[in-house]
Design a protein around this ligand. Structure first.
Ligand SMILES: [Zn+2]
Length: 304
């Protein structure tokens, strides 16, 4: 009985998400391995749209060349996915897309320090207050590109602020730059490990932008056969979806993405007590100094 009560309390503590506010700033830098990672469901398309609507300039770094994502040859997948990344970025209001072109799904053996240096250089160049990426401590992550880029990014987030790290950058006119806020995305449905610790509320427009952004990735997400396959499967059970009776194959594919994004945004929102949200793992500038942070919260006074 006592164990059951303990488990119930633990689970509810894990599921409830505190609602966060956007930090003040001018630049958000998003670094992900793939063409679609800034738009996916357990992700950040809505949060990016919210940062942009709040006045932030957004930069997107695609670390891999996405050559294996899609049914075409490597070269065609690379170019098509890069074009569609730019289309999606435009929908979310992202200013610039930078492609590092490391080989897709072959990032395990690349020198981590080399990838990390590229990210340090870009952080110093664009001077973001906010960095967005994958949560490097997310458990059960099978994708080697996600693991590698997440680790390099969180290290770069810290090291870019140190004047002893890659001092050769300073000959280019760059300076050390410490971004103050890191947000990492992760999936709880792959198992509990390091989990999200904040939810950011989205409005209707931000969810719609997120839906349109993922639909821009037609090379991998457009599925014109979905309508007929779904209706055939349902018909065998004596059912149908009325929307699919009248939709074209193309429209049904977009409807599926709308339902997918909406469903997940609502589910995360419900945990935080709002209609729509995305949840992320957040580290502020004082996350590693909890004693000082607590002391400041209770003891800091206004300057005379
Ligand atoms: Zn990815």
């Amino acid at each position: 009985m006592r164990l059951g009560l303990f488990l119930a309390c633990s689970i509810s503590a894990v599921i409830a998400q505190p609602l966060g506010q956007l930090p003040k700033g001018k630049v958000v830098l998003i670094a992900q391995p793939h063409h679609d990672d800034h738009t996916t469901d357990y992700g950040m398309g809505g949060v990016i749209a919210r940062f942009v609507e709040s006045g932030y300039k957004a930069i997107y770094i695609r670390a891999s060349n996405d050559e294996k994502d899609g049914a075409n040859s490597y070269g065609v997948n690379d170019i098509t996915n890069l074009k569609e990344t730019r289309d999606a970025a435009k929908t979310l209001g992202i200013d610039e897309v930078i492609s590092l072109n490391w080989r897709n799904d072959f990032m395990n053996p690349i020198p981590l320090n080399e990838l990390r240096e590229q990210l340090i250089l870009l952080i110093r160049k664009y001077q973001p207050e906010v960095v967005l990426g994958h949560n490097p401590w997310e458990h059960y992550q099978k994708n080697p590109d996600h693991r590698q880029v997440a680790r390099a990014l969180v290290e770069a987030y810290w090291l870019a602020g140190l004047d002893t790290v890659h001092p050769e950058h300073f000959k280019l006119g760059l300076k050390p730059h410490a971004a103050r806020h890191f947000y990492g995305k992760g999936r709880l449905d792959w198992g509990l490990g390091q989990i999200s610790n904040v939810a950011l509320e989205l409005n209707e427009s931000q969810v719609q932008k997120k839906e349109r952004a993922i639909a821009a990735h037609r090379n991998v997400y457009h599925s014109p056969g979905l309508r007929r396959a779904t209706q055939a499967r349902l018909a065998a059970q004596g059912q149908h979806i009325p929307e699919f009776d009248t939709a074209t194959d193309d429209d049904a594919s977009d409807l599926n993405l709308h339902w997918w994004m909406n469903h997940n945004s609502r589910g995360i929102g419900a945990k935080a007590g709002v209609k729509y949200a995305e949840d992320l793992y957040y580290m502020d500038a004082t996350y590693h100094l909890p004693g000082l942070k607590n002391y400041i919260e209770t003891n800091a006074r206004k300057l005379p």
